[in-house]
Ligand binder design. Structure first.
Ligand SMILES: [Zn+2]
Length: 102
């Protein structure tokens, strides 16, 4: 009997994941001034409120802070969708393969 395992799964390279510096900043709030066209940059809820109060202090003294808050829509990356598509493709491939299996 000859044979046996020839090609052993040696040298498996570790998947090198690129580390990107996204610190998951939740600056999702923008405050709009009611008195003028001013709006704060995208900030956290508390930082935005502070910025708005400061703006009112400087530009509309004596006016209680008002206006509205804009919420940034969260960006969803299509990674999850791609995974689902990949699985569906593999299932299709498997179905096709086994249907034509001798
Ligand atoms: Zn203003």
């Amino acid at each position: 009997m000859t044979g046996g395992l020839v090609g052993r799964a040696a040298g498996r390279r570790p998947t090198d994941q690129r580390i990107t510096g996204d610190g998951m900043a939740d600056d999702e709030f923008r405050y709009w001034c009611e008195e003028c066209d001013y709006r704060t940059p995208w900030l956290t809820e508390s930082a935005g409120a502070e910025e708005q109060i400061e703006h009112y202090d400087h530009h509309h003294p004596g006016t209680p802070p008002g206006g509205r808050v804009e919420l940034r829509a969260k960006k969803t990356d299509g990674a999850g969708c791609l995974v689902v598509l990949g699985i569906l493709f593999l299932l299709l491939l498997a179905t096709f393969t086994f249907r034509h299996w001798p």
